[in-house]
Design a protein around this ligand. Structure first.
Ligand SMILES: Cc1ncc(COP(=O)(O)O)c(C=O)c1O
Length: 380
C-alpha cells in the first residue's frame, strides 16, 4: 500500500472491499477448511489453522500499523510470546528480560521455559549498563517492555537494540502499553514487536488476542512456521473484532493520552498520593526519553498512596466509574491492585511489585467524570 498515514493504514490496510461480493468490511470467514479444485490446487487457503482470509486481513493491518513488512496474529498475547520463545530458544540458550514486566510473561519465561533448559536474567531495562552486564555469550534474545507493566519505566529502544545486536542477540519489544499509535519499535531498530491485542488494538474489552510484527523475512518465516506448528491461532470472529478495533486506534489513543495526563496531574496534586508513575509528565525520571520515542503518554497510570496497601484497597473499592478489573486498553476505565491481581505470579520474586500500588487503565469517558470519581475515592 502507498505511503499512507497511520489512520488511513488502520482503516484500509488489508481491508479492501471483498472481491466476490463487494462487502466493504472484511467478512468473518467462519470456516475451518477450504475446497480444493484438485489435490493441492486451491485459492491460497487449505485449513484455517494455517490461514484464514479474516486473519490475513488482520495480519496485514497489524504489520502496516507498525511500519513492518510481516504480521502474525495469535489467540492471545501469551500465545504470541510462547511462539517467540519456542522459535528462538533451545536448551542452553539465555534470555535477558526486563525486571518489571507483565506477570504472565515472567511466569512463562521463569516457570515454563526455564524447566526446558533455557535460562533467564531479569534486568532493569531503564538502565542500558544493567542490560549490558546481564548479557552473556549464550544470550539469544533481549525482551523489553516499554512502558513497563505496572511501574511505567521506559527503555531506550534504539540504544538497547544496538546493544543486543552487538552481542548477537535479537530484540523483542512488548509494545502493548504504548500501541503503535504512540511508539513504533521497528523504526527504532527492534527486530520484533509483540502485542496483547486484547488491549488497545481491540480496544473494547471484548476479545483476547496477540500479535507479532517484524521486517525480517527469515525471522517471520520461522515464527510463522511455529505459529502453524504449535497452533495458537485466533478464530475468525476474534480477528474481525481486533480489525474493527484498530480502525479507531489512533483516535482512542489520543483520548486515552489526554485523559491519562489529566488523571496523572490530579494524582500529583492530591495529598493522599505519595508517588505517581506516568511517562507523560516532567516528574517522570525518563520524561526526555518519553518525548523522544513516544508520541504521547498513553492511558496507563500507576500510583502509591501514603496509606499503603490498606488505603489502596479502600480506593479500588470506592471508585464507581473505574471498574475493579484486570486487563487494560479498553474504552472504559479500570482500576486494579497489580500485586494481588495481574502480577500475583511475581510474588516472592525479584519482580515483586509494591502491595499498595494502584494501576489505572484510563478510558475515554468524559474527563470531568473520571476526575470526580477518583477525587471522591481518594478524599473519603
Ligand atoms: C504488557 C503485556 N504483555 C502481554 C500480555 C499477555 O497478553 P494476553 O493476556 O492477551 O495473553 C499482557 C496481558 O495483560 C500485558 O499486559
Amino acid at each position: 500500500m502507498p505511503d499512507y498515514g497511520f489512520a488511513t493504514r488502520a482503516i484500509h490496510a488489508g481491508q479492501e472491499p471483498d472481491p466476490t461480493t463487494g462487502a466493504v468490511i472484511v467478512p468473518i470467514y467462519q470456516t475451518s477448511t477450504f475446497a480444493q479444485d484438485d489435490v493441492g490446487v486451491h485459492k491460497g487457503y487449505e485449513y484455517a489453522r494455517s490461514g484464514n482470509p479474516t486473519r490475513t486481513a488482520l495480519e496485514t493491518a497489524l504489520a502496516a500499523l507498525d511500519g513492518g513488512a510481516y504480521g502474525l496474529a495469535f489467540a492471545s498475547g501469551l500465545a504470541a510470546e510462547t511462539t517467540v520463545l519456542l522459535t528462538l530458544l533451545k536448551s542452553g540458550d539465555h534470555v535477558v528480560c526486563g525486571d518489571d514486566v507483565y506477570g504472565g510473561t515472567y511466569r512463562l519465561i521463569k516457570r515454563v521455559f526455564e524447566d526446558k533448559g533455557i535460562s533467564a536474567s531479569f534486568a532493569d531495562t531503564s538502565d542500558p549498563a544493567k542490560v549490558a552486564a546481564a548479557m552473556r555469550p549464550e544470550t539469544k534474545l533481549l525482551w523489553i517492555e516499554t512502558p513497563t507493566n505496572p511501574l511505567l519505566k521506559l527503555a531506550d529502544i534504539a540504544a538497547l537494540s544496538a546493544l543486543a545486536r552487538d552481542h548477537g542477540a535479537l530484540t523483542l519489544v512488548d509494545n502493548t502499553f504504548a500501541s503503535p499509535a504512540l511508539q513504533r519499535p521497528l523504526e527504532l531498530g527492534a527486530d520484533m514487536v509483540l502485542y496483547s491485542t486484547t488491549k488497545y488494538h481491540g480496544g473494547h474489552s471484548d476479545v483476547v488476542g496477540g500479535a507479532l510484527i517484524t521486517n525480517n523475512l527469515q525471522l517471520h518465516e520461522r515464527l510463522a512456521y511455529v505459529q502453524n506448528a504449535a497452533g495458537g491461532v485466533p478464530g475468525p470472529f476474534d480477528c474481525w473484532l481486533v480489525l474493527r478495533g484498530i480502525k479507531t486506534l489512533f483516535l482512542r489513543m489520543r483520548e486515552h493520552s489526554a485523559n491519562g495526563l489529566a488523571v496523572a496531574r490530579l494524582l500529583l496534586e492530591h495529598p493522599a498520593v505519595e508517588k505517581v508513575f506516568y511517562p507523560g509528565i516532567p516528574e517522570h525520571p525518563q520524561y526526555e526519553l518519553a518525548r523522544r520515542q513516544m508520541h504521547d503518554g498513553g492511558g496507563m497510570v500507576s500510583f502509591l498512596l501514603h496509606g499503603g496497601e490498606a488505603a489502596a484497597r479502600n480506593v479500588v473499592r470506592r471508585t464507581k466509574l473505574f471498574t475493579l478489573a484486570e486487563s487494560l486498553g479498553g474504552v472504559e476505565s479500570l482500576i486494579e491492585l497489580p500485586a494481588a491481581m495481574t502480577h500475583a505470579s511475581v510474588a516472592g520474586s525479584s519482580l515483586e511489585v509494591p502491595a499498595g500500588l494502584v494501576r489505572l487503565s484510563v478510558g475515554i469517558e468524559t474527563i470531568d467524570d473520571l476526575l470526580a470519581d477518583l477525587k471522591q475515592a481518594l478524599d473519603s
